[in-house]
Design a protein around this ligand. Structure first.
Ligand SMILES: C[S@@+](CC[C@H](N)C(=O)[O-])C[C@H]1O[C@@H](n2cnc3c(N)ncnc32)[C@H](O)[C@@H]1O
Length: 405
């Protein structure tokens, strides 16, 4: 069996360029190439701006650490690609050497690192076409199956919320909520906190916090918090609610942003949109709009929204990075994100993960606080704050999530 080609990337600190190149080649070659990286004078850690830039394209190099360049590493490689290690790189006979002239990301912010990352990707793709031309096909197949999986998840979720909307429309709110939580695994979702207070749906809405929404809209809530309570809304703001359901948070927002502002609800479930529009008509509110569409492809222009809110919806999405990127895209610079959602605990053991997987089997899964924070940062958000509010599962809590675009 022919052996795999081995490639070694070398720069001075092994903290930026060579780590990004190794990350790309490892990801794109899908095991067809043996990849190493090293530095002639290794730094203490990988440059955080390089980690963040790679996270934006879905490649995690956060666990990599700078490694010292040795003659052995050169010895076992077929191709050595230098990026400015100068004379410090050992030149051994029989090895192929390339020198890539790339800017050094050391000390630069993410805006400066992105073009370096993109240039590296172009070079890696050329290299791959030469060394392992069929490797990217594997990746394409994987992507197709991820897309198919997310379509399945979306359809399962849509059918469940269509049923919940039909029940809510005839006042069967308990049954509607049961539809939401019934498919869960051996440790079902808890709708009460340790003091037996109901913490899902309508209950968390104090009368003052619910101003603007009629009782029927509040009663049909399927959320896990009150995002409008922490969204800091002002008259004139344009608010978007992702996965707006029966519309309670949209109507509350519309009331708060008056005069001059408006609130938009986005949902994929027609039955929910009908219920929300009926609730808006009952409330006599006219600065609201309910749009049909997907969180993954928000049908609104760039920079058009002041505040994006959402109540217990991101955990339903298969590809959370895409949804957060869409939230960032539609928000104007300086715009705010305020979500209520479920967060899972970090560092679970295998048995717990299996239990969580069963629990989230019907809802695609909750992010841990660390994952949520990384995903928000990767989507371009700053000032990330994730504050757990109450426990909903042995290993998951509801939380308030805030960030600035
Ligand atoms: C848990 S309910 C929450 C509804 C509302 N936010 C509330 O607090 O009552 C989730 C809602 O998100 C919608 N939804 C879920 N995934 C979606 C997606 N990918 N695109 C658009 N809407 C989605 C569902 O149709 C449903 O109405």
């Amino acid at each position: 069996m022919p052996t795999k080609p081995a490639v070694l990337f070398v720069c001075v600190h092994n903290a930026g360029r060579s780590q990004m190149a190794a990350g790309y080649l490892t990801h794109l070659s899908q095991g067809a190439i043996e990849v190493r990286s090293a530095g002639s004078l290794p730094g203490d850690q990988v440059n955080p701006a390089a980690v963040a830039a790679m996270a934006e394209v879905g490649i995690d190099i956060s666990h990599a650490s700078p490694t010292v360049l040795t003659t052995d590493a050169v010895e076992v490689s077929d191709l050595v690609i230098t990026m400015g290690c100068g004379d410090a790189c050992p030149i051994l006979p029989g090895k192929r050497y390339l020198d890539w002239d790339l800017d050094d990301p050391a000390g630069q912010d993410i805006d400066a690192v992105r073009p370096i990352r993109d240039e590296i990707r172009t070079r890696i793709e050329e290299l791959l076409a030469e060394l392992a031309p069929s490797a990217p096909l594997k990746l394409l197949q994987q992507r197709r199956s991820i897309v198919r999986a997310s379509e399945n998840i979306r359809e399962t979720v849509r059918a469940r919320y269509a049923a919940a909307a039909i029940l809510a429309a005839v006042g069967e709110h308990e049954q509607a909520r049961a539809t939401e939580t019934s498919c869960c695994g051996p440790t079902p979702i808890s709708t009460t906190d340790p003091h037996a207070r109901v913490v899902f749906g309508a209950e968390p809405y104090e009368p003052a916090a619910a101003e603007g929404a009629p009782d029927v809209a509040i009663a049909a809530s399927l959320g896990c918090g009150v995002p409008t309570a922490v969204a800091d809304l002002h008259p004139g703001d344009v608010v978007l609610d992702l996965g707006s359901g029966a519309g309670a948070d949209v109507l509350i927002s519309a009331h708060r942003v008056n005069p001059g502002g408006r609130a938009i609800g986005l949902d994929m479930t027609e039955e929910m949109l009908s219920l929300a529009r009926a609730n808006a008509a009952a409330a006599g509110v006219d600065n609201v709009e309910f749009l049909h569409g997907y969180l993954e492809a928000v049908p609104l222009p760039d920079d058009s929204i002041d505040v994006v809110i959402s109540n217990c919806v991101l955990n339903l999405a298969a590809d959370k990075a895409v949804v957060l990127a869409e939230a960032a895209r539609v928000l104007r610079p300086g715009g705010r994100l305020a979500f209520s959602d479920v967060v899972a605990e970090d560092g679970m053991d295998a048995a717990t993960k299996a239990d969580m997987a069963a629990w989230t089997g019907c809802i695609a899964g909750a992010l841990t606080i660390t994952e949520f924070s990384l995903a928000l940062t990767a989507a371009g958000f700053t000032d990330v704050e994730i504050r757990p509010t109450h426990r909903v599962h042995r290993h998951a809590q509801a939380a308030i999530i805030r960030a600035i675009r």
